[in-house]
Each structure stands twice: as structure tokens, then as C-alpha cells.
Design a protein around this ligand. Structure first.
Ligand SMILES: Nc1ncnc2c1ncn2[C@@H]1O[C@H](COP(=O)(O)OP(=O)(O)O)[C@@H](O)[C@H]1O
Ligand SMILES: [Mg+2]
Length: 361
């Protein structure tokens, strides 16, 4: 089932001073395809939960339209929208055991007992919960409770599955396991899903596409690859992963690339996926796109190692550039071959220019 948001805006009025308004969601447009998993990603307070609640019907938009399966659901109450929500607080019932918790929604629907038993046992098998059927929630770990909450949402066969930071209460290792699990289950059932998180790694691992938001406004919608390797602006480049930034003058504008001049006067041809960068721009390059060499006049940049963190398979360097005030990050993925540099070492720095691109200033 597809979900479409058209020109969705949400304005909250201040509790104390009704004349004060706050735009939490600002003209959001996105179409989520049948079976797709899309993540709303952005810092706390950027409007993710509000947007999700508008889809579920728990919140009403100030402007715009919500479509589920092509049908306008603006006037459809939450309980008629056929969506299921999974929260970070698992909201499972403490007085019911695992099996009863999962079957609760089906019972409400009036499904016959033997059919419930069958459906619940099937989902418990898929989710690895069969051995825990008779446990009460207090006897479950956080990860198991979250799995029960997910099973309970899925057993209802909702048209749309909505997740609001479902893993925030779990420790790092469990989070990793559960996000893989969520993705596996989502793909197995092909349920159209919307996942809210402020964690970029989580977004990268579970999503078909990511919608990056800031201050209620969509910054970019794209696959994890596009978001990471072709961020359209500084915010996205900075929020997703780590990046180095260089302010440059745009010297000339070719079809898919720009000639830019760095502050040290050197010029380079760099790809641009954003159509209109003129005058001044920012070059974005990920740490893995920098190439370190022996110090030399001919290098694009010269720098001095400020810190070197040896992590076994990689070394992460912070490097102070000589000609401009800029501390950059570089990662060496083959320390044995490339050599290990020490703090204070002088290095030359080149770009792997396919890993660099230009965004507006
Ligand atoms: N019921 C409300 N009344 C007033 N402001 C709200 C209400 N709900 C959310 N907000 C504000 O809207 C903004 C977006 O909130 P939210 O959607 O919860 O952000 P996120 O989920 O991205 O952290 C925040 O600044 C929040 O304080
Ligand atoms: Mg939220």
C-alpha cells in the first residue's frame, strides 16, 4: 500500500500565548511506494514524530493531504487507517503473557480462538519467540519485549507499519541485532513501513530510502547511497557520516562537473550533482576519499598529523592543513601497505576526485 504526503504542514500554537505559532512540519511532500521502507531522519525536534503521527491519524495536519493507497484519508480517524505503530516504549501489557499480548489485537477484531492461536504461533515462530509463549513481559529482556511489540504489530497485517525510534531503549549490540531483524521481517511480509530515527547508521541499514529533515523541512530524499555519497547540501553532508569541507570559488561550470579554486590557489575539476552552484561553493569529501602521500609541493594540500588513532584494520588521522585553517579527517584502510604516520609527521594530501563533490556554500 502506498502512502503519500502532499504539502503537509503542521503549525502548533503556543500553549500560553495563542498568538505565537510554531511550524513543526513545513510543506512535506513524499510518496512511499508499496512494500517500501522509508526512514525519516533528522535531529531531535525536526518534525519526524509529528509527520508520522499525521500519517497514523493521531495528529491532524494544518494543511495538506494524506493518501493511503491513493485514497485521501484526511477525514479518516486513526483506528480506520489500518496502520500499526511500534514505539520505543514497547507498550506491551504486563498482565498478559507473550502469546496473549501478540494475539490481543486479533481478539479485539473478534477472530475465532483457534485461528488466533494459529496466526500467533506462526508469527512467534518467524520472530523466534515460540519458546517464550507463556512468559510474562517482566520475564523478558528489552530485546525480547521489543520483538513481542513488533510481532503484535505485524500479526494484525496492517497496511502500513510505523516505527517511532523503536530501538532507543536498547543497548548498542541489541540495537544492531534488532534493526537487522526489523528489516528482515519487513521484507519478508513486504509491509510498507515508515521508520523514524535520529540515528544515521540505523537509517542507513534499514531503509530503501531516507528522507532527511531539518526544522520541519525536507533536505533530501534518496537511497542510503545517494544520501551518503551525493548529499545535496551542507546539512545533509554534515549530518550523515563524517565529512571534510573546503570553501572554494567556482571557476567554471561544465555539464556534470565544476572547476573549483581552493583557498591555496590550486584548481581541480570536481563532480557536482546539484545543478546550481555558482560563485562560491563547498567541496565535500568523505574521510575515505582522501589520499595521503609523502609531503610534497605538488600535493593539493600539505598538512601535519594532529592525531592518529590506530584501530587495527584502519587508522584515523586528524590533519591540520598548512595553508588554511582547517582540520580534516582521513582514514587509511590499509595501514600496513600505506605506512603508519605519527603525530607531527608532514604529509601531502590528494583527493580521490570521484569521492568529492560540490554543494552550495
Ligand atoms: N503538541 C505539541 N504542541 C506544541 N509543539 C509541539 C507539539 N508536538 C511537537 N511539538 C514541537 O514540534 C517540533 C517537532 O517535534 P517532533 O515531531 O516530536 O520532533 P522529532 O520527532 O523530530 O524529535 C518540536 O519543536 C516540538 O517541541
Ligand atoms: Mg520524535
Amino acid at each position: 500500500m502506498s502512502v503519500e504526503l502532499r504539502n503537509i504542514t503542521k503549525v502548533f500554537k503556543d500553549h500560553d500565548d495563542k498568538s505565537k505559532e510554531f511550524t513543526a512540519v513545513d510543506n512535506v511532500n513524499i510518496k512511499i511506494n508499496d512494500g517500501e521502507m522509508v526512514t525519516f531522519l533528522g535531529p531531535s525536534g525536526c518534525g519526524k514524530t509529528t509527520t508520522l503521527r499525521i500519517i497514523s491519524g493521531f495528529e491532524t495536519q494544518t494543511e495538506g493531504d494524506v493518501f493511503i493507497e491513493g485514497e485521501n484519508v484526511n477525514n479518516l480517524p486513526a483506528n480506520k487507517r489500518d496502520s500499526s505503530m511500534v514505539f520505543q516504549s514497547y507498550a506491551i501489557f504486563p498482565h498478559l503473557n507473550v502469546e496473549q499480548n501478540i494475539g490481543f489485537g486479533l481478539e479485539l477484531k473478534g477472530m475465532p480462538k483457534d485461528k488466533i492461536k494459529k496466526e500467533v504461533s506462526e508469527i512467534m515462530k518467524i520472530m523466534g519467540l515460540s519458546d517464550l509463549a507463556n512468559r510474562s513481559p517482566s520475564q523478558l529482556s528489552g530485546g525480547q519485549q521489543q520483538r513481542v511489540a513488533l510481532a503484535r504489530a505485524i500479526v494484525n497485517k496492517p497496511k502500513v507499519l510505523l516505527f517511532d525510534e523503536p530501538l532507543s531503549n536498547l543497548d548498542a549490540k541489541l540495537r544492531e541485532q534488532m534493526r537487522t531483524e526489523i528489516r528482515r521481517i519487513q521484507q519478508k511480509f513486504g509491509i510498507t513501513s515508515i521508520y523514524v530515527t535520529h540515528d544515521q547508521i540505523e537509517a542507513m541499514t534499514v531503509s530503501d530510502r531516507i528522507m532527511v529533515m531539518d526544522k520541519g523541512v525536507i533536505q533530501q530524499i534518496g537511497t542510503p547511497f545517494e544520501i551518503y555519497s551525493r548529499p545535496v547540501n551542507f546539512f545533509v553532508a554534515d549530518f550523515i557520516g563524517r565529512a571534510n569541507f573546503f570553501h572554494v570559488d567556482v571557476v567554471s561550470n561544465n555539464r556534470n562537473s565544476l572547476k573549483v579554486r581552493f583557498s591555496n590557489g590550486k584548481e581541480l575539476e570536481i563532480a557536482s550533482f546539484v545543478p546550481t552552484v555558482e560563485g562560491k561553493g563547498t567541496v565535500v569529501i568523505r574521510p575515505e576519499g582522501l589520499v595521503l602521500q609523502a609531503a610534497s609541493e605538488d600535493s593539493l594540500f600539505s598538512g601535519e598529523i594532529a592525531s592518529a588513532v590506530y584501530l587495527g584494520s584502519t587508522i584515523e588521522y586528524e590533519i591540520d592543513l598548512m595553508q588554511e585553517k582547517n582540520r580534516i579527517i582521513a582514514i587509511s584502510y590499509n595501514p600496513v601497505k600505506e605506512g603508519i604516520r605519527k603525530v607531527g609527521d608532514k604529509v601531502g594530501i590528494e583527493f580521490d576526485s570521484i569521492s568529492a563533490h560540490v554543494v552550495p556554500l
